[in-house]
Structure formats: C-alpha cells, structure tokens
Design a protein around this ligand. Structure first.
Ligand code: MEV
Length: 445
C-alpha cells in the first residue's frame, strides 16, 4: 500500500473489484479467503442483494445481526410477539422473562401523550427584533401557504405543519434567531418531509423579508445558516407502566416480595440522582428500545440522541424510569420521547423490517411507540430485578458461555458438556478456555 496515494473512484468499482482492492492493500495475508469470506455473506438472490446495497454506499457485503423474538408481551390487553435485533446476549431472554412475569400480573399499560416533531430554520438577522416580530404573523401564514405543494399529501393524511414560532437567541449568539416549527407526520417518522418544508421556509424567509419595505437595506440581508429537523422531540411522548399489589410480585429469586420491591425502588432512585448509574440504567432501557427500533427499520441513532437529551431535561442526566410503592402497590413506569414511523424510510424497503411490522400486526406509529416503550420498560425491569437479587453476571454469563465457546471453536458435544459443567459455577473466558483445554487433553490421552 502506498500511503501517499489516495484511491480515486472507489465508489465506481464493482463489489468484487472493491474487495480485491481491499485484499491487495489491507487484508493481504490471505487475499483469496478474504474475497470468499466477504462473498459468503451476500444474499443468494441478486435482486434481494441489490436492495441491501441500495441502503448505503461502497457496500461490499452484509453484516448479520441476530433477529430474535420476545413473546408474551401483553400491552393494553393485546398480545404481541416482539421482534428484536441485537448482538447482545441475554437481552431478548430478559425481555421475554419480563413479559412473562407481567403477563400474569395484568400486563403492561401504555399510552401516547403527544406526537409532535420539531424542525428549525437557523438564521442571522442584523436588524430590529421588534420589526421581525411585527412582520411575523404575515410571514407565518405566507410560509405555510408557500409550502402547500410539499404539505398537501401530509395535510390529507391528517398531518402537516402545526405551528411556527419565532425565537430570539441573539443574547446567546450574536444576530442568531430561529424559526422553531412543529409538525404532525402521522405514521411516518417524517424526516424527509420536515427537512423539505424547512428548506422551503428558509428560502421563503429570505425572499419575503427582502420584498417587505418595513425592513431597511441592512435588515434585508438575512442569512440562513441551516434548515434541519431536530432529533429532540420532547412533545412526541409515550408512557408505559406496570403495577400490582406487592404480594402479587411473589418471592423473587428467594427474596420476599416486600424486600424486593423496596430494593427495586431504591435502585431506581439511585439512577435518578447519580448520572454514573443513570447512564447504565438507561443503557439497559435502550437495549430493549434499540432492538425494536432496529427490527422495525427505524433510525436508532435518532432515538438514542433524543432519549438521552430528554434524560437531561432537568439539567442533570437522570433515570428515564420511575418506581414507587404506595398503599401496598408496586408501580414502575417511564415516559419518554420516541419519534417512530411505520411507513416510509426503511420500513417498507428492508424485507425483515417489513416482516417485523407484519409480526406486530402492521401497527400505526402510535402503536409502535407503545410497544417499543413497553419493551424498554420490560428490559429495565429485568435488569434491575437481576441486579437487586442474583446479580447480573449469573444470567448474563450463562447466555454468554456459548459465545465464548464458539470463539474457541467448540464442537456441539463440547458445548453441551461445558454447559453442564458450568451450571452454578462462575463463568469467565479464562475458565471456559481452561475447561475446554482440559477436555481436549483428556480426549487425546
Ligand atoms: C447491560 O447491557 C445492561 C445493564 O447494565 C443495565 C443496568 O445495569 O441496568 C444490565
């Protein structure tokens, strides 16, 4: 590899040529095997493969992740088998356990509180804010009118532009203002719709100010910095909860219900006040949420960005979930923003995202918000339940044992023997490796 020379036209190479170039320049130890390995993950059908290639750029193969299902989710008395895509062992098992646990205790309740999405036109304006404010009512209706061709379809579906606010932030950044716009996007996540409308608003804002004689020469020199949706959607909220009388919780891993409930509530309170714990606590919630978001072809980076911003809304990063004991009732709940879609984007294009939505009964975006929030809550319940009783490693390492053994090329028989041997014992990579080495030594002697 010549380190001084960049490759030109990499994107124009065929998939095989790209792999060949990588093998020649970076993976040269075994170029023939490299090519075979990448190719072994291609889809059998050329047509299907083209769909996957189309999602991104410079694709050379597919990256597989497990697609699992957590059954027995009772949500508002409706039963779901929830698709989950994750690479982390124990996540799906934990969600399934929590679903089963709450199935017998009335199931989960979920409710969508609001569905507003936000977008912003960020601009510089060097004139009098009073003039801009006076002009704003006219501007607002002209902006809405001027974007009619883009919003017509969404309007018909019951969505569209909900409001536009003029915000003065010039005390924090010189000459900086924004139009903060809110939208309803029905069953779509709406990113493309919102961004198209915002770009039109930006263009119109400049034109309308320039055409209006209340503004002087300098004031007419309005400059658009950028037009983009915000992934922070604090008014696209869903609430999920479970509750039951404490004694209905039963004995948990040998712990009396009362003691468990008290410890559980204490654990959630710790995540409320301590950001170090809150980050891990919320990560546990996102284990469940991201898995459903990925399985249904939604944008997990957008969801992550939003949820963690929301977790800071008080000024301190804090737990997304809450728990209480009142009058002998244990209650565990969470309200969080989830801007999800069930039409558009990848939801119809990715064959397995489409299947996931079919598995969920082709839900509306609101229904998917509820399902996803419930899985997040279930995941959090399962994690905190383990943490406050057996500890997390017992279950986690039991699930992870197969991964360790597979990485050591264990056979089916070795795998079975190891599972039996490690039952009730502490599992680690070293212990599994030593066990396997001994087993193999014994087999040759
Ligand atoms: C691991 O992926 C997630 C947990 O750490 C969450 C938690 O600590 O609550 C188990």
């Amino acid at each position: 590899m010549n380190n001084d020379k960049q490759i030109a036209g990499f994107s124009k190479l065929s998939k095989t040529e790209k792999i060949h170039w990588l093998a020649q320049n970076f993976l040269y130890n075994n170029p023939i095997n490299v090519a075979k390995e990448f190719a072994s993950y291609w889809h059998d059908s050329i047509e299907e493969q083209k769909i996957f290639d189309g999602f991104s750029e410079n694709t050379i193969t597919n990256f597989f992740l497990p697609f699992g299902v957590a059954p027995n989710f009772k949500i508002n008395n409706k039963l779901y088998a929830v698709p989950m895509v994750t690479e982390e062992s124990s996540v799906v098992a934990a969600a399934a356990n929590a679903a089963k646990f709450w199935f017998d205790r009335g199931g989960f309740k979920a409710e969508v509180i609001s569905t507003l999405k936000i977008g912003q036109v960020h601009f510089n304006y060097k004139g009098s804010f009073e003039k801009l404010k006076t002009f704003f009512p006219t501007l607002k209706s002209d902006l809405i009118l001027g974007a009619r061709d883009i919003t017509a379809n969404m309007d018909k579906r019951g969505g569209g532009i909900v409001d536009i606010e003029l915000i003065d932030l010039s005390d924090q950044l010189e000459h900086y203002y924004q139009l903060r716009c809110s939208f309803e996007t029905c069953d779509s996540m709406g990113a493309n719709f919102i961004n198209s409308v915002l770009e039109r608003f930006g263009q119109l804002l400049v034109e309308l100010v320039q055409e209006n004689d209340i503004f002087n020469y300098h004031e007419k020199d309005i400059k658009i910095i950028m037009c983009i949706l915000s992934n922070y959607t604090p008014d696209c909220l869903v609430h999920a909860e479970v509750s039951c009388a404490i004694d209905m919780l039963g004995e948990i891993e040998g712990m009396p219900a009362e003691e468990f409930a008290t410890k559980f509530v204490q654990a959630v309170k710790i995540a409320k006040i301590d950001p170090y714990r809150a980050a891990t606590h919320n990560k546990g919630i996102m284990n469940g949420i991201d898995s459903v978001v990925l399985a249904t072809g939604n944008d997990f980076r957008a969801i992550e960005a939003c949820v963690h911003t929301y977790a800071c809304k008080s000024g301190n990063y804090s737990s997304l979930s809450d728990a209480s004991i009142e009058n002998g009732v244990f209650k565990f709940w969470m309200t969080l923003p989830l801007a999800l879609g069930t039409v558009g984007g990848l939801t119809a294009l990715h064959p397995l995202a489409k299947k996931s939505l079919e598995l969920l009964g082709k839900p509306s975006a609101e229904e998917l918000m509820k399902i996803t929030a419930v899985v997040g809550l279930a995941q959090n319940f399962a994690a905190v339940k383990s943490l406050t009783t057996t500890g997390i490693q017992q279950g986690h390492m039991k699930m992870h044992l197969s991964n360790i053994l597979m990485s050591l090329q264990a056979t089916e028989e070795e795998l079975e023997n190891a599972k039996e041997y490690f039952n009730g014992k502490v599992i680690s990579f070293g212990a599994a490796r030593d066990y396997l080495n001994n087993l193999r030594k014994k087999a040759v002697s």
